[in-house]
Design a protein around this ligand. Sequence first.
Ligand code: BES
Ligand code: ZN
Length: 849
Amino acid sequence: MSDNPYRLPRSVIPTRYDLRVEPDLAAFTFAGNVKIVVDIEDAISEIVMNGHQIEVAAATLQCDQGLLTLAATYDADDQRVTLHLPKTVPPGDGVIDIEFTGILNDELVGFYRSSFTDVDGVEQVVATTQFEATDARRAFPCFDEPDMKAVFGITLVVPEHLTAVSNSGKVSRQPVGDGTVAITFADTMKMSTYLVAYVIGPFEISRTVDVDGVPLQVVAPRGKGHLGEFALDAGAFCLRYLRDYYGIPYPGDKVDMVAIPDFAFGAMENLGCITFRESALLIDPAVATLNEMLRIVDVVAHELAHMWFGDLVTMKWWDGIWLNEAFATFMEMKCTNAMRPEWKRWLTFGAVERPWAFGVDSLKSTRPVEFEVRSPEEANEMFDALTYGKGSSVLRMLEQFIGEEAFREGVGNYLRKHAFDNTITDDLWEGLNEASGLAVGVIMDSWIHQHGYPRLHIERAGGGLRISQSRFLRAPDESDATLWQIPIVIRGESSSGPFEDRFLLTGPDGLVAIDGDVEWAVGNAGGHGFYRASYEPALGAALIDHLDSLSDLERYCLADDAWAFVEAGTLPAAEYLELIAAYRNESEPEVWRTVLQGLGSVRHHLVNDEDLPRFREIAAEILTGAFARLGWEPAPDDSDLTKRLRGSLVSAMGRLADDPDVIERSKGLASAWLNSSGTHDPDVAQAALFTTAAHGDDQTFERIFSAYRGAANPQEEVKLLQALSFFEGEGFVDRILAAVEGGQIRTQDASWVTARLFNARKSGAYAWQEVRKQWTSLSGKMPTMTIRRLIEGITALSDPKVAADVTAFFAETPIPLAAKTVEQNLERLNANVAMRERESGPLAEYLRS
Ligand code: BES
Ligand code: ZN
């Protein structure tokens, strides 16, 4: 700790903050006072705290030696404020008292401003906080490290017509003159600084739902309150579910879920005062797609899961952030799955969150889930696919291996033991060891402290099956001998009947004894493992013949692994196309997801323009049967998932197969939808909109753009913005970049919209050229934490010349906040180039044969 300039000394430990803040929403400034009760552990001559972009106007220390006046100095690089004492003070108690001022910034971190146009067309300002990972220090001087937990007593001095919320319930409201009031909130529990929150603005507050004694509300910008009902239901369900799962009452005194017009992430788990991007909280379910509703339930569940896991029990330092985020993601699945079992959330997890992690973890430049963190930049870079996707996937693998009940009990043990305190990863393993009787930590270390993941290879051998493991990499490397402790579940059928085996593979290979001759076998039975499986040719072929015997997730894995093997160069693209053709009768929507993604990737990276017509035919052959079965019109008894599949198929027919009839019909539907005439199935309407955009002209662009500017709800706004990013052509790129520059697109959305421009077949390269040219001003429009999404977009640019230019650009333009992201995405980009060079020739021959 001592050799890290970003860590604070432990000579002064805070136990309580009394914070009074007075924002000026017109001048974009704030003034404040903080009184911090501290234990002085050693003799001190200075107090080192965190502070960033705030001014200390006056500071004192009340201690055994009397009231001492302190002089502040700043260290901008290390984001510290040092308060110098006039003399040495011995160990004892003290109260630090600091007057300070700061700026309500527009960077979406710290204490920042956000704005929106209300129903009367009036511009309104909101002041809000976002402190994770290390930005509480931008709002008040503090000891901004997660293990320096304290109680917070917060008072906000605000104009009387505005709403103010914070972590706890209000205890008093007193006029202080000039039309302002001082609102005081109840003391919080003992918690970390990054969880403190306060939001002030013209909000409307929903009805209060009493969740067995916990008041739950939605707080929305005035005029949008009617969109909060769905989240209220989800919140009530999740709060109960989580309390029962953990076996611990909710640790705060109320829950407000607050929608913020400008928000860098999806949401933030401030205790009792969860902040959200509007599209992650507010929704009109009557016109929403399944995915849009799923998003709300997911985000609400995820943040509520943190109230215990993260807020009540917190990692000691940011190297343990995976524990927080992986577990909240895991619980997010559990809650959503419990609330809407018909949505099959765990299947979607296997098809969305896990492959997201696989993608990064197949790279040489991946990192272990738990990873050393020193600086704030490094802390912020931890919120990635490995923390969320791999972390939650290996927890799921473990849970399925040790059993759901033992897992739940272990988690409860852990939380009860460490309530109001901080932990390291081994503390969780200890709880799980107790409950399961297994040495969980030994298994998990190979997944958490080691980078990468294995591919299992399965072959027939005398007496059964031989399973071997080797690291799976986009660019295979024989010399890499990394081994994992792999919880294996293998099942199949032999001449003696069905078999299933569970064991831990710890060495490079093992033999599974099986009676009779093996007919077929699945190496990742159930599909919960964080690994891929390949088969000797005869077993591979047998699996395709037995697709009907596989579960949804097993069928998913077979196709998804196959695409990964194309990427790694061990399966030719033509063979992949033949394999997925066997899925044409597939009925499970999530399995279609990987088929459609694979087709999309083949089209995007591997098919030359002259071969597109033949590719379209092949895509249509795979899609037609399912598309014809579902058609355009929902049937009364369609499940939500079937409706979503219909949308995906319409969209694939329109954008992968470029079917002229589908395009025509989509244009008609999209036009009617934009006119709000008629009723529309939300999934079909969305698919029609996207197809229309992908084949759209200037006039259509302008029409969608103006609809975007006047969208009726957050989901509509997002989907219209997505549609804008689908237009193919240089003029559209110019138009979008100008809208980012001109502020017609919110900074919170700038990076993802820009990233999507690289996907356009006709204008992706041009988009890159323009982004490169305008880099300084464009990236200046993007909140620092969101730049990563822009960088992730570059992997779409697999043309060798463009890729070389991208690589050269990042070599000369370091992005300090996303160094790892740049490295990983360049590796991926270059792997895509290599794949294109390797596969496109043979694929062209196949398509022409
Ligand atoms: N704690 C995070 C928010 C966060 C992310 C803060 C990065 C600081 C840096 C929050 O719990 C979270 O994970 N939000 C997700 C949504 C969630 C449903 C996966 C997000 O914002 O994307
Ligand atoms: Zn989270």
